[in-house]
Design a protein around this ligand. Structure first.
Ligand SMILES: [Zn+2]
Length: 366
């Protein structure tokens, strides 16, 4: 059964099987655009998925989370857009090394560019790789970070923190921005006549624009109508707003289970509705989890008990468990309120062997 997530505008799709390299794709329903979290093997994603891609968020540059970036460049090269890439410090150098492995002497004006943002605690260092200029590296001014937020548009914001996986590994939280809902009973209480002004306020709220300095409204008192001027428009917006909860998704890729990492995870992922988290090892391999700085089922159970998400998707199970994957679900003990989600082992068909390829002799009779 497909889970019925509480998100209004966000459509998450986990584009990998349980044993595959992880890719989380997030569609923003009103625009049809996508965000991608981690970028391992991406050859099974339709081209349309790439052309609507706005930003990619990389946890760390281990090959299984990053090697698909070449395919992203390949698919987007002629799309005439700028795609943002977020990741830990050093990701701009790594991206440049990938690009320098190819010849770009045929660059055209309509080639896409990539803007790389390296995530530091207080700032984002930014570098442009310009497609029309054969991916020349152009340093941009760094941007300061407001709290944990690294990216935002009118429908969502992405927050990040950096965990230790013996390399920096960034964990991400996606918060859906609340829309502005009008409480009709408050409108009646204030005796205000609805009109185009309500749409204007909603639009200011959604696009994060300043509200008008004043509003000329009609107040209805029995049979009488009178014009009033409201000068405290933000105050009116607050009075009329219908309380609502905003929903969020947590994405935890490879990370060690240290006290510092655990504290960061619990802080950033508090109250997420959908938690997507690596669980590379079963309980018996806790030692291997510790030496490779990954999580095992016991670690994940501890996080789940503290976070109590409505939905939990374990991912990135070690391929050494290809015949034992059911043990993962038996060892995971999510809290009662948490719905445990299950992935297929692999998402794409098995690759072909040479003897499965059929050649034929050409004959003119065909
Ligand atoms: Zn890793």
């Amino acid at each position: 059964m497909k889970p019925s997530f509480p998100f209004r505008n966000l459509v998450p799709t986990f584009f990998s099987g349980l044993l595959d390299d992880p890719i989380l794709l997030l569609r923003i329903r009103p625009t049809g655009h996508h965000l991608m979290f981690d970028c391992g093997q991406v050859h099974h994603l339709a081209k349309r998925t790439f052309t609507h891609l706005d930003a990619i968020f990389i946890s760390h540059a281990h090959m299984d989370h990053w090697m698909g970036i070449d395919s992203v460049v390949r698919q987007l090269i002629a799309a005439d857009k700028t795609v943002d890439i977020y990741g830990p410090p050093g990701i701009a150098d790594k991206f440049e090394h990938r690009l320098r492995g190819y010849d770009w002497n045929l660059a055209e004006d309509y080639w896409s560019s990539f803007r790389v943002h390296e995530i530091y605690p207080q700032r984002l260092d930014r570098t442009l790789f310009s497609g029309p200029d054969s991916f020349d590296r152009i340093p941009l001014d760094p941007s300061t970070r407001e709290g944990e937020v690294v990216y935002g548009n009118k429908y969502l914001e992405v927050c990040a923190d950096s965990c230790d996986h013996r390399v920096e590994s960034v964990i991400y939280r996606i918060n859906e921005r609340p829309v502005y809902l009008i409480d009709d009973t408050k409108l009646d209480e204030l005796k205000l006549k609805p009109g185009a002004w309500l749409g204007k306020l909603k639009s200011c709220f959604l696009h994060q624009r300043d509200f008008p300095a004043e509003l000329k409204l009609t107040q209805i008192d029995g049979e009488d109508e009178r014009e009033i001027v409201v000068s405290d428009v933000p105050g009116l917006v607050r009075k009329l707003s219908k309380p609502q909860t905003s929903h969020s998704i947590g994405y935890i890729s490879d990370t060690g289970f240290t006290p510092e990492n655990k504290e960061k995870i619990l802080r950033l992922m508090q109250d997420v509705d959908l938690l997507i988290c690596e669980c590379t090892f079963l309980r018996e391999a806790k030692d291997r989890a510790r030496t490779s700085w990954h999580l095992c089922t016991d670690d994940v159970n501890e996080l789940l008990a503290a976070l109590q998400p409505a939905y939990f998707l374990p991912m990135h199970l070690s391929r050494s468990y290809s015949r034992r994957s059911e043990e993962l679900y038996r060892e995971l003990k999510p809290p009662e309120r948490t719905c445990l989600l299950k992935l297929p082992l692999q998402l794409t068909p098995r690759p072909l062997l040479a003897n499965e390829i059929k050649w034929q002799e050409y004959s003119e009779d065909e």
